[in-house]
Design a binder for this molecule. Structure first.
Ligand code: RB5
Length: 147
């Protein structure tokens, strides 16, 4: 299992704790930046992570900005990406169980490090349920080819 992670200056505060958690689970982490708190443009990092997931370099992705919102909007522009921004454990589980979210987005100005790790754990350890949800996910993804 390999996870690509990216952030901007608003989300970088969460990155070390998440990387430490993933490493403790034996997950390989591709850190695609940014690497300091200098102001940067979040779509740059959303694209890097989304492409790594879409082209199979990484199995899943994590994106961190101030709210998680900009990262999720940008990542969802890339075909094959189902990015979900969450701030509670229920939604972190559901975005995997029902929506098969392959990118998790979190806000460094919304949650603290401890909550961020809880959210990553909830998403990461909850499998996609498949069944009736597969059909719905397929319908979502078909929008990309139809538009
Ligand atoms: C940067 O100030 C902020 O806009 C960004 O981190 C993010 O919250 C955007 O959605």
């Amino acid at each position: 299992m390999k996870i690509a992670i990216g952030c901007d200056h608003g989300g970088i505060v969460l990155k070390p704790a998440i990387v430490e958690y993933l490493n403790s689970k034996g997950v390989a982490v591709m850190d695609l930046g940014c690497y300091d708190t200098q102001s940067v443009n979040y779509p740059v990092y959303a694209l890097k992570v989304a492409k790594a997931v879409a082209n199979g370099e990484a199995d899943k992705g994590i994106l961190l900005c101030g709210t998680g919102i900009g990262m999720s909007i940008a990542a969802n522009k890339v075909h094959g990406i189902r990015a979900a921004v969450v701030s509670d454990v229920f939604c972190a589980k559901m975005c995997s169980a029902h929506n098969n979210a392959n990118v998790l987005c979190l806000g460094g100005r919304v949650v603290d490090e401890q909550k961020a790790v809880e959210l990553v754990d909830a998403w990461f350890t909850t499998p996609f349920e498949g069944g009736r949800h597969s059909e719905r996910v397929d319908m979502m993804m078909k929008i990309e080819s139809d538009e």
